[in-house]
Design a protein around this ligand. Structure first.
Ligand code: PLP
Length: 423
């Protein structure tokens, strides 16, 4: 499938008159259509709720759009909790799926009434000592170990991951939690990331549902929800077939009818914590070619760098690039598209076939709507970019300004550096 940007060159030229590159641009129309499709795909389940994984795109304007569809927030840190709280989420609209959790974060999560999803058996006692009791609603993260496979494809390696309770710990954990006063229980698992297959959720659901039937029999706990967490992927590469959320929802429904309903668990609510699938395709990084360099290879230097989008540098992740205005030109030039960090892995593309690029060309780096801006950092003293929302009516709004040197130096309270900085 050909990948086309959600924005035109003309619109980008208009936006760049107001806001300089680089910036992340988000597509309100795409976000809304996808949110609606997610809701419909799971409408068969009475208690269904998507808890948007805040870490993927922690922008209040974007999360507020998702809130309109009845979605909640999945938080994993203090600032994510603060953001959810500030946006008016409370009680069971917040899922706190953290790990190695500091005590003060449990205290604040409890104050908001969030559902606490424990990552480890020892956190039962830690939580009880921290907040003085065990909440009536509680969830545990399950890690079945081994490898997670779909047919012959190894999707991921849960046995190697730091998250979750073992099966024995899960059963014992539920007994202990019940004894300590918990009344409503949930089970959570995240076994594979960025799965581009409609089979991941249904297969995960089968594992979880069967475990929950056993858990119910062994412990008598009232299991109210099952959280399939995140991991539903997006097609970063042009050849990939996108997931179809309706097929996924229907697949989960079939397993639900097959496993949970006969066990008398037909009232269980299905929760999800998707991040990437909710936002990934509906954001892009807009950057400008500012240099052309010819040495042993051909380089295009752009005004964005790994600070704005870390995935290529960190995982060698593929992000599609469109040279705006040259969509139909032949891709007959081989380039490394690189940022300005003093790090040789600061490359958005290596040996990528693209149309001939000139200085001043605008490049759209696709699929940065999740785990894009959010992973940003400040290495080399580079500043984080702005975030801009392209609205449904074609207008646009700044939803986060770019950092300035003043922001970068703001934490040097103890020095008088701010007084000496000249702009
Ligand atoms: C990262 C994360 C998610 C979201 O994952 P995606 O791959 O973006 O869907 C959901 N839940 C938890 C606990 C996570 O750590």
């Amino acid at each position: 499938m050909k990948k086309t940007p959600f924005v035109t060159l003309e619109k980008l030229q208009e936006i760049t008159q107001y806001y300089p590159t680089p910036f992340h641009l988000y597509d309100e129309k795409g976000i809304r259509e996808n949110a609606k499709a997610v809701k419909e795909a799971f409408a068969w389940n009475k208690g269904f709720r998507e808890y948007f994984a805040v870490k993927a795109t922690p922008n209040p304007f974007l999360i507020r759009i998702l809130k309109e569809y009845g979605f909640g927030c999945d938080c994993s840190s203090m600032t994510e909790l603060l953001l959810a709280d500030a946006l008016g989420f409370s009680g069971d609209e917040i899922m706190f799926s953290s790990n190695e959790t500091p005590a003060e974060e449990y205290v604040f999560a409890d104050r908001t009434g969030a559902i606490i999803n424990l990552d480890d058996f020892t956190h039962i006692e830690f939580l009880e000592q921290t907040i003085g009791r065990i909440p009536e609603t509680i969830s545990c993260r399950y890690n079945p170990g081994g490898i997670f496979q779909i047919s012959n494809d190894i999707m991921d390696n849960p046995g190697d991951s730091k998250y979750g309770f073992t099966k024995e710990q899960l059963f014992e954990g539920f007994r202990v939690l019940k004894e300590k006063g918990a009344k409503r229980f949930g089970v959570h698992a995240f076994l594979a990331s960025n799965t581009v297959t409609n089979d991941y959720y249904p297969l995960l659901a089968k594992t979880l549902f069967e475990t929950v039937v056993e858990l119910k029999e062994a412990t008598g706990c009232d299991i109210c929800f099952i959280n399939l967490s995140g991991g539903v992927g997006i097609p970063y590469e042009p050849g990939q077939t996108p997931n179809d959320i309706r097929t996924i929802g229907e697949g989960v429904r079939r397993v639900f009818e097959e496993v949970l309903v006969p066990a008398g668990l037909g009232d269980v609510a299905i929760y999800t914590e998707m991040g990437r699938f909710m936002m990934g395709p509906y954001g892009c990084l807009v950057t400008k070619a500012i240099h052309k360099k010819h040495t042993y290879k051909e380089y295009i230097g752009v005004d964005a760098c790994a600070v704005n989008l870390m995935r290529p540098a960190m995982y060698g992740a593929y992000h599609h690039i469109t040279v705006m205005g040259k969509e139909d030109a032949e891709c007959d030039h081989k380039y490394d598209v690189v940022g300005s960090l003093c790090e040789n892995n600061d490359k958005f593309a290596i040996d990528r076939m693209l149309p001939q690029i000139e200085r001043g060309d605008l490049l759209v780096i696709h699929d940065t709507g999740a785990h894009g801006f959010a992973m940003g950092y400040n290495y080399n003293g580079k500043l984080k970019s702005a975030e801009i929302l392209l609205k449904e009516d074609g207008s646009f709004a700044l939803i986060r300004r770019a950092e300035t040197p003043k922001d970068y130096f703001a934490t040097f309270d103890c020095f008088d550096i701010l007084e000496h900085i000249r702009y």
